[in-house]
Design a protein around this ligand. Sequence first.
Ligand SMILES: O=C(O)CCC(=O)C(=O)O
Length: 257
Amino acid sequence: MNDTTSLLTSAERQFFWDHGFLGPFRALPDDAATEIAEDVIENVIGGETEWTGPHSPSHCRHLDNRMVYDLCAAPSIVDRMSELYGPHLILWRSNFWCKEPGGAEVPWHQDLINWPLEPMVNISAWLALDRVTKENSCVQLVPGSHKYVFPFESIGEGPVTGRVDEAHIDPDNVVHMELEPGEFFLFSEKLLHRSNVNRSQRRRLGLSIRVTVPFVKVDHDQVFGGHRNVVLRGHDYMGFNATQDAPAPVWSEPLSA
Ligand SMILES: O=C(O)CCC(=O)C(=O)O
């Protein structure tokens, strides 16, 4: 890796490998993120849609909405992912996480437990579109937990299907990932994380962006019937997954910080 053109220092790359997360970094300006948040609420997860995938309308909207795809493809995010996972990156999933005041807890979990990837290789970005603090339930995470797979209890078919018991977590080793609109952090599919009940009067909107590499086989039917990957960077040099193009552009400029 040529450090003169890298966004990440070698110390930051080492931090990611040691701790399973990295950030925050900025993907887009604060005011642009705030404007996009309203667009997402009104037109993506709140608007009319023919999208009937699971967890519709919050899940995998990069497949049918260019604005969502552009968020997933923000160079600040993809460049950093590429410095950790290489030049060929595959976008296979995305989820909006909108918590209105009073919105429910997301329990401690590791993302890998129900993901149809073989082998299990994924890097996620959690991008804040609202200001995210402890009060409105920022993501909490356990540094270093990505080195283990924890036992879990099944909790159903929601966006999170398994809960890891709090007994496995040292409360003194929990990081609260507070973010300004437009900021994101990166994390591994094995990192233990959760979020609290939203005890504030402020909404909390974020987007999780899930990215793998071409040698990982995705069981598309387990994501949903008709699911496809989108090549985010480089090319799909294996070619054994189904892919589609990104939705047609509506903006002339890529998002930048
Ligand atoms: O935003 C949340 O509350 C949970 C996020 C999460 O579990 C994830 O992005 O994997």
